[in-house]
Ligand binder design. Structure first.
Ligand SMILES: NC(=O)c1ccc[n+]([C@@H]2O[C@H](COP(=O)([O-])OP(=O)(O)OC[C@H]3O[C@@H](n4cnc5c(N)ncnc54)[C@H](O)[C@@H]3O)[C@@H](O)[C@H]2O)c1
Ligand SMILES: O=C[C@H](O)CS(=O)(=O)O
Length: 488
C-alpha cells in the first residue's frame, strides 16, 4: 500500500541493524496491516537473536565514540533530529495512523509530543552535572561524575509507536548511550521512520538499531547479553515481569513503564463541565488505548446523574471512523483481541447489573471499530473495576465520602496515573497526597508532557521518563576519591 508522503523514503520496509539496512519482503517478512481496513501496508524482516547480537556488538563500538563527544555536540545532533521530526510531522503522522489507527490529528499530536522528548533531552544533555563535596580528610578531595550507562536495549508498545520510543531514545542518546530497539510488531514503520531521520540528523552508524521480528528471541538476546547494561520496557505488566526476571542473571538496570488502572474522581464541589471535558480526554484518548486512561470513573452521589447525562451527551457527538477521514475522533481498536476484551468487560458488567447508557457493542462499521460506551450502576465486583480495559468503555461508579473513594481508588496493584476534580483547595492537597500513584491529574485529564516525570509505583513500573529526572536513568554516578594532597 502506498501512502501519499512528501518524503517516501520514510516508509521503508527494512530494519536497521548495526548501521546496515536489511530489507523485508512478502515471502520471508512480517506483514504490517492497517487496523482500519485490514490492508497490508508492507513487510519488515523477520529477524531474531543473530541480528540482535550483531546490533548489540555494533552499539558497543559506536557508544564509546559517541560518549567521547562533547555534550554540546550530542545536543546539536539531537536538536537536528527534533527539527527533522517536526519538518516531517505530516508524513510521520500518516505512517502512524496507517499502522496504529488513531485519527490523523491525534497522530500529528503524538509526533509533536514524541519530538518534544528529543527537544527536551537535547537541552538536558548539557546538564549532567557532577559534584565536588567538601571532604572528610585534609589530604582528600571527593568528586562524583556522571557517565553513560552504555548499551541500552529498548522494547516498546504499539499504542504510541513514536513517543514511546523517543521518550527513551532522547535521554539515552543525550546521556551518551547507544540503543538497540525492538518496536511492537503491529507498528514498526513509525520506528523505522525515526531511524531514517536519525541517520539524516547525524546519529553515527551502529548507535541506534531497530530490530524487527520474533519478539521473544530478540528480547531473550537482549536480556541475556552482558553487553546490554540497561533494559527499558514499555508495555504490559505481565511481559514486564517476564523481562525483569530475564534481566536478573546479568543485573541490568531496568526502566519499566507498565500497565495502569487509573481512577477518575468527580467530587460534588467539582466544575462538572470541566470534569466532563477531562473525562473525555482521560478516558477516550487513543480510543481508550493508553496506559494512563481513566479505567474507573467515581462520581459523588449528589452529582452522579448530572455528570452521567452530560458525559453521554458529549460523547454521543464524537464520530467514529477511519482515522484518515477529517473530523474522526474514534478510530479502530488495534486488533480483534482488543475488541474481544472490551466486549467481555461490557458483558460482565451488564450481567452483574450495570446499565448501558451509550454504545455497548461493536460499531456498525465492522472490523475492529467499537462504539464509545458509557456504563452506569457499576460496582466493584465487575471486571472493569480490577482489569485494564484498554478500550472506549467509561464505567461510572457512585461514592459518598472522600475517605471511601480514596480507599476504592487505591485498591489495585497498579499505581500509574490518577485524576480528580475538586475546587476545594484543602481537599486537593489531601487527596493528591493520599492517592497511591506515580502521577495525579488535578482538574485536568491530560498530564503527559516531556517536562514532567512520567512513571508509576507498585506494579505499574520502575523509573521515570521525561523531566530532569529522566536523564539520570541513563547515567551512572562515579565516585572519584583524590588522595595524597599533602599540605604545601
Ligand atoms: N506505562 C506506560 O508508559 C505504558 C505505555 C504504553 C502501554 N503500556 C501498557 O502496555 C500494554 C499494551 O501494550 P502492548 O499490548 O504492546 O503490551 P505488550 O506487553 O504485549 O507488548 C509490549 C512490547 O513487548 C513485546 N513483547 C511481548 N512479549 C515479549 C517477550 N516475551 N519478550 C520480549 N518482548 C516481548 C511486544 O512485541 C511489544 O513490542 C498495556 O498494559 C498498557 O498499559 C504502558
Ligand atoms: O500509553 C501511555 C503513554 O505513556 C501515552 S502518554 O504518554 O500518556 O501520551
Amino acid at each position: 500500500m502506498t501512502l501519499d508522503l512528501n518524503n517516501p523514503d520514510l516508509m521503508r520496509e527494512a530494519a536497521l541493524v548495526g548501521g546496515r539496512w536489511i530489507a523485508g519482503d512478502a515471502t520471508t517478512g512480517v506483514a504490517v496491516t492497517n487496523p482500519a481496513s485490514g490492508v497490508v501496508l508492507g513487510y519488515v524482516p523477520r529477524l531474531g537473536a543473530a541480528e540482535t547480537l550483531e546490533a548489540i556488538d555494533a552499539a558497543q563500538v559506536a557508544q564509546k565514540a559517541w560518549a567521547a563527544r562533547t555534550a554540546k555536540d550530542r545536543s546539536a545532533v539531537l536538536r537536528r533530529w527534533f527539527d527533522l521530526m517536526m519538518a516531517n510531522q505530516s508524513d510521520l503522522a500518516q505512517i502512524l495512523t496507517a499502522e496504529q489507527g488513531k485519527p490523523l490529528a491525534e497522530a500529528a499530536g503524538e509526533i509533536a509530543y514524541g519530538a518534544s522528548f528529543i527537544e527536551w533531552f537535547a537541552e538536558e544533555a548539557r546538564r549532567a552535572y557532577g559534584d565536588i563535596t567538601p571532604g572528610h580528610a585534609p589530604d582528600k578531595r571527593i568528586l562524583s561524575v556522571k557517565q553513560p550507562i552504555g548499551v541500552v536495549a529498548a522494547i516498546t508498545p504499539w499504542n504510541f509507536p513514536n513517543a514511546m520510543i523517543t521518550r527513551k531514545a532522547g535521554p539515552a542518546f543525550a546521556a551518551g548511550c547507544a540503543m538497540v530497539l525492538k518496536p511492537a510488531g503491529q507498528t514498526p514503520f513509525s520506528a523505522i521512520a525515526l531511524a531514517v531521520l536519525a541517520e539524516e540528523a547525524g546519529l553515527p552508524p551502529g548507535l541506534f538499531s531497530v530490530v524487527t521480528g520474533a519478539a521473544r528471541d530478540i528480547g531473550k538476546a537482549m536480556t541475556d547479553s552482558p553487553i546490554v547494561q540497561k533494559l527499558t520496557f514499555t508495555g504490559s505488566t505481565e511481559v514486564g515481569a517476564k523481562l525483569y526476571a530475564q534481566c536478573a542473571p546479568t543485573i541490568k538496570k531496568l526502566g519499566l513503564e507498565l500497565g495502569g488502572n487509573a481512577p477518575f474522581i468527580v467530587f460534588d464541589d467539582a466544575d462538572l463541565d470541566a470534569a466532563v471535558e477531562g473525562a473525555v480526554i482521560a478516558k477516550f484518548r487513543n480510543n481508550g488505548q493508553t496506559c494512563v486512561c481513566a479505567n474507573r470513573i467515581y462520581v459523588q452521589l449528589s452529582v452522579y446523574d448530572a455528570f452521567a447525562e452530560k458525559l453521554a451527551a458529549k460523547v454521543a457527538t464524537l464520530p467514529t471512523g477511519n482515522g484518515v477521514d477529517k473530523g474522526i475522533v474514534f478510530g479502530p481498536l488495534i486488533d480483534e483481541a482488543a475488541v474481544q476484551k472490551v466486549d467481555e468487560h461490557v458483558a460482565d458488567a451488564t450481567s452483574k447489573g450495570a446499565q448501558v447508557i451509550l454504545g455497548g457493542k461493536s460499531h456498525a462499521l465492522g472490523g475492529t471499530f467499537y462504539e464509545p460506551t458509557i456504563l452506569t450502576g457499576v460496582t466493584n465486583d465487575m471486571a472493569v473495576a480490577t482489569e485494564e480495559t484498554f478500550g472506549p468503555v467509561a464505567p461510572l461508579f457512585k461514592f459518598e465520602t472522600e475517605a471511601e473513594v480514596v480507599a476504592l481508588s487505591n485498591d489495585t496493584e497498579f499505581g500509574l496515573a490518577s485524576y480528580f476534580y475538586s475546587r476545594d483547595h484543602a481537599r486537593v492537597w489531601r487527596v493528591s497526597e493520599a492517592l497511591d500513584y506515580g502521577m495525579v491529574g488535578v482538574n485536568t485529564g491530560l498530564i503527559s508532557t516531556a517536562e514532567a516525570p512520567f512513571g508509576g509505583v507498585k506494579q505499574s513500573g520502575l523509573g521515570r521518563e521525561g523531566s530532569r529526572h529522566g536523564l539520570d536513568d541513563y547515567l551512572e554516578i562515579k565516585y572519584i576519591c583524590l588522595g595524597g594532597i599533602e599540605e604545601a
